[in-house]
Unconditional design. Structure first.
Ligand code: 1PR
Length: 529
């Protein structure tokens, strides 16, 4: 029996699913006594540092947790579960941490880095521990904006380090108390084997150091390959994966059916997808709270797929036909509870930015702000659906333009990228760069950058658009739309600084397996998982 300390924020479902997959039962902490009585305790911290400490305090878990750890009983912290072991964090300066480990957690401060760090990175063992048994230089999934730094006073705790700009602490352990900055439950087979070591009690430190060559290795963040599943009900009412040509998903009047969502997601996980994204493409019409089949897709997928899951479509506030009101946060919470690690906001992000630009006031009421506040910036993706508008000169528009190497129908040498809403059906008076920069201000943690002109064409990513947006923001950018050959992936990573590339059609139609994309990237010296 494994006890999970859940204080009601974020996706603990994936931790629970991973534990169950490994053959153990899960019990959730519902009272301070449950901590006292735990045989093995896992603390998957989510949300912000201050919020986590405050919740532990309110629920009266703080003291029993400290006592449990100080008694050297089996403990595994994950992500914020590592950070809260320290004395405090720059994220919430007024809030003290558990103070088990000396030092303060700080934000990544290298301006050349995109923050949060989202993706797969390595670890360098600094001790020899049973917890890392079987781990051989694979990659693990990280998602965080703050990190603890190795210092003389916390040296005796460091189990592993990782490099992102500079070196930070990715694992700590003393005795039976351990914690990781990465998410073993989201790190595929490698992560599950580390988690299994803990569950089995295979956690002994056999040497207070690791081989020197290992200690000096540097790790690198991998470029991610994301499989995207556009999901909607077909005319027979079945939920299917579909794919449009420039957002038109019908062929001879019928919605294209490229497979069943849960099965396809399972296949992509096995083929090596670094993340899976579901977009409920009719989400702007229906209230997702009522969309039980979509929630069920997420629940079932998360039972067997141990990489991050993003879901988008219809994340906004609603008043249902029975008069009940749901905030965007309510909708997102339902998705997180069902197994999502990140949510993606499309149309509602455009409306939020339009309002913000009119008032200049960050009043905390937009869906982006509300969801980021509770679940953290890294859980909020903004999906942009832009379309090119050509102009003869930058003076012809007040929008941000680029000089393009693909002139328009009348030889125009410039273009801007118009944001759309409702699945590309309606253009708005705002450009993609202004949108991206504003959602970053409002608290989005990542941009999913589609391009209607390229979507479904197999002609390659719109490198000009991706470069334009990537250089204008400091959060990670996922390049999307148009992938049709392995070379398109190496091209997007060598010619832009995009952190990830997303594709749909080529994977669904089995034109190129994900593993072939990865082999090609590796041959081209692009870091992959
Ligand atoms: O506006 O918050 O309800 O979100 C709706 C979401 O659904 C948005 O993220 C929007 O991009 C997406 N969406 C809406 N309508 C469509 C459609 O196709 N009719 N899908 C749609 C957009 C975009 C991609 C696609 C890539 C790669 N799909 O994510 O998977 O373009 O395709 P490719 O590799 O085959 O070229 P809201």
């Amino acid at each position: 029996m494994i006890t999970v300390l859940d204080y009601g924020a974020g996706n603990v479902r994936s931790v629970r699913n991973a534990i169950r997959k490994l053959g153990y039962e899960v019990k959730h902490v519902t009272s301070p006594d449950d901590i006292e009585q735990a045989e093995k305790l896992i603390f998957p911290g989510v949300g912000s540092f201050g919020n986590a400490m405050e919740r532990l305090h309110q629920l009266e878990y703080l003291e029993p947790l400290k006592q449990y750890i100080q008694a050297d009983r089996p403990f595994l912290g994950i992500c914020l579960g590592l950070q809260t072991l320290f004395e405090g964090s720059e994220e919430s300066p007024g809030e003290a941490g558990l103070g088990i480990i000396k030092g303060r957690v700080r934000r990544f401060d290298d301006i050349a880095l995109s923050v949060p760090q989202i993706g797969w990175n390595g670890i360098v063992a600094q001790k020899t521990s049973g917890l890392l048994h079987g781990y051989e230089q694979g990659k693990l999934y990280f998602v965080h904006s703050y990190r603890a730094i190795p210092e003389a006073e916390n040296q005796n705790w460091i189990l592993s380090t990782t490099h992102y700009g500079s070196e930070f602490i990715s694992g700590v352990q003393q005795g039976r108390v351990a914690a990781f900055q990465f998410h073993p439950e989201k790190s595929g087979a490698v992560g599950l084997s580390i988690l299994e070591n803990f569950l089995k009690g295979n956690d002994k430190i056999t040497k207070e150091s690791a081989p020197r060559a290992e200690q000096q290795r540097e790790t690198k963040l991998a470029k991610r390959i994301i499989a995207c599943l556009d999901v909607r009900a077909n005319d027979a009412g079945d939920l299917v994966v579909t794919k449009g040509d420039q957002y038109d998903v019908r062929e001879k009047g019928e919605v294209r059916n490229l497979g069943m969502p849960v099965e396809l997601a399972g296949r992509y996980y096995k083929e090596g997808a670094d993340e899976i994204t579901f977009l409920n493409i009719t989400g702007f019409r229906d209230c997702p709270m009522k969309d039980q089949p979509m929630l069920e897709v997420l629940r079932r997928t998360s039972e067997n797929v141990f990489v991050p899951l993003t879901i988008g479509g219809g994340i906004r506030e609603y008043t249902a036909s029975d008069g009940k009101h749901y905030s965007a946060l309510d909708v997102a919470s339902e998705y997180f509870r069902s197994g999502a690690d990140k949510i993606s906001i499309g149309s509602d992000a455009v409306y939020a930015v339009e309002e913000y630009l009119q008032t200049g006031d960050k009043n905390g009421t937009s869906s982006i702000e509300q969801i980021a506040m509770v679940y953290g910036n890294q859980a909020v993706v903004v999906s942009i659906d832009p379309r090119r508008v050509w102009v003869a000169s930058p003076k012809d528009t007040h929008h941000n333009t680029i000089k393009t190497s693909t002139p328009g129908p009348h030889g125009e040498e410039y273009c801007w990228y118009q944001c759309t809403v409702r699945g590309g059906r309606e253009g708005r008076n705002i450009d993609a760069l202004e949108l991206a920069q504003t959602v970053e201000k409002l608290g989005a943690g990542e941009i999913l950058l589609n391009c209607i002109d390229r979507d479904g064409t197999n002609n390659g990513f719109d490198l000009e658009l991706i470069h334009h947006i990537r250089e204008g923001v400091s959060i990670p950018v996922i390049a999307s739309s148009g992938a049709g050959a392995v070379e398109h992936f190496s091209e997007v990573f060598s010619e832009t600084n995009a952190e990830a590339a997303l594709a749909a059609g080529i994977f669904h139609r089995r034109e190129i397996p994900i593993s072939t994309v990865k082999e090609h990237l590796q041959k081209n010296n692009i870091e992959i998982r």
